[in-house]
Design a protein around this ligand. Structure first.
Ligand SMILES: *[C@@H]1O[C@H](CO)[C@@H](O)[C@H](O)[C@H]1NC(C)=O
Ligand SMILES: *[C@@H]1O[C@H](CO)[C@@H](O)[C@H](O)[C@H]1NC(C)=O
Ligand SMILES: *[C@@H]1O[C@H](CO)[C@@H](O)[C@H](O)[C@H]1NC(C)=O
Length: 379
């Protein structure tokens, strides 16, 4: 099935313009997108920045051929958990209140991570919340950028209410912690795996509420700032500048169906001598040619190869024929019209890693098996 998809993609690439058959192309595209776990071709509204950890992981996996030790393909060593899919799920919640309601002098943010991007077959291994704080250098006066601490409270919302997620009876404290903010940036990571497991059940994900309360440390800078406020008789609360923050949920999951142990990849050497005998042929698939460059971030294309050639009698050992294929060539040599030659097909394939935007604009890194033809055989 996966082999089929690859060959279809190859055909798609070679003859996209020549074929011009819209329906067939759509079917092939749908097959391939299904194999990637996507419901439709993603149309990212904004090309989000790719988190640097994902770039690092992508680069490492795509130069894996060089490794002397084969890594477990279904282990994400960066996070120390099993998995073959890493997603940066974006927060889709909104700002609930600033300086009002139950939270005096603080900011409240509703956070929602849509977990329906995970397919039912996937097993969640890790959900890690990352909140990055960043000062807006253009809007924050320079003297305010001294070290500052934030008290951070995180609540899980137990159920939706008419009065909104902030209603206190319907939420439970998950974490309360003080975060030291560096002059430029700071961050907070938190393991939410157990909570996210629960979010996977239908009707269980009501999101989180994040409360940020600044408590300036008494440094010279903040003292100046405070006294200025007193002089001007402005309430202290609203004038305290909070850093901008951005939350994402790193979700590592395992699709066990794509977890065969990795075979050692041979140094793929494709002979250039023209020959009609069954062997791998060079095929570079460029995603631009199939119009996918807007949602596949990397690679831009890859060396997929394909199998082509004769399986002539007598079938030599290098053609990797099965007993059945050997007998079929024998029969074919006796009765060329009645029985065809065996087919030249991929017998060893290797994986590639892909970095792309999914249907919800999340950045995803995923390892796909059986994407590259390494060896062919007569079957
Ligand atoms: C693979 O290893 C060779 C020799 O050690 C090195 O020269 C080459 O740069 C490596 N290639 C990659 C992609 O890391
Ligand atoms: C979550 O994503 C799914 C699939 O992309 C979508 O159908 C659904 O409406 C989203 N849910 C929310 C609450 O945004
Ligand atoms: C058959 O397999 C051998 C090793 O298993 C490989 O070297 C050879 O290239 C394969 N033949 C073809 C046609 O790919």
């Amino acid at each position: 099935m996966e082999t089929l998809v690859i060959l279809s993609l190859a055909i798609l690439s070679i003859s996209a313009s020549a074929l011009g058959n819209g329906e067939d192309l759509k079917t092939q595209e749908r097959l391939f997108l299904n194999a990637l776990g996507l419901s439709a071709r993603p149309k990212p509204s904004a090309h989000r920045r790719v988190p640097s950890v994902l770039w690092r992981m992508f680069k490492r996996t795509s130069t894996r051929e060089n490794d002397t030790h084969e890594r477990d393909p279904c282990m994400v060593s960066e996070y120390g958990v099993r998995g073959n899919i890493v997603r940066f799920v974006q927060d889709q919640g909104r700002l609930v209140s600033g300086w009002s309601g139950s939270c005096q002098g603080c900011v409240e943010k509703y956070m929602f991570f849509n977990m329906s991007v995970l397919q039912p077959v996937e097993q969640l291994s890790l959900a890690q919340l990352e909140i990055k704080f960043q000062w807006d250098m253009f809007r924050t006066p320079r003297f305010l950028l001294g070290p500052q601490a934030l008290s951070v409270s995180l609540y899980k919302v137990l159920r939706a209410t008419l009065r909104g997620a902030s209603h206190e009876a319907h939420r439970r404290l998950v974490l309360s912690q003080s975060v030291q903010l560096e002059p430029e940036a700071g961050s907070l990571t938190l393991d939410l795996t157990a909570l996210a497991q629960n979010w996977l059940k239908p009707g269980h994900n009501y999101g989180l509420v994040l409360e940020l309360q600044p408590h300036p440390i008494h440094t010279q800078a903040t003292d100046i700032f405070m006294s200025q406020n007193l002089v001007n008789a402005v309430p202290v609360g609203p004038t305290i500048t909070l850093p901008e923050f951005h939350a994402s949920l790193v979700v590592v999951s395992l699709n066990p169906l794509q977890c065969r142990s990795r075979q050692k990849r041979s140094a793929v050497y494709l002979p250039v001598t023209p020959s009609n005998v069954c062997k791998p042929r060079r095929l570079y698939i460029e995603f631009k040619d199939v119009g996918w460059q807007d949602w596949i971030i990397a690679p831009q294309g890859y060396l997929a190869n394909y199998c082509h050639g004769e399986c002539p009698f007598p079938l030599s050992e290098s053609l990797n024929g099965t007993n059945h294929a050997i007998l079929q060539t024998l029969v074919h040599s006796l009765d060329p019209h009645g029985t065809p030659q065996p087919c030249c097909v991929p017998i060893r394939l290797s994986p590639v890693s892909m970095l792309y935007y999914d249907n919800n604009d999340n950045v995803v890194l995923r390892h796909y098996q059986d994407m590259v033809v390494d060896e062919c055989g007569c079957r």
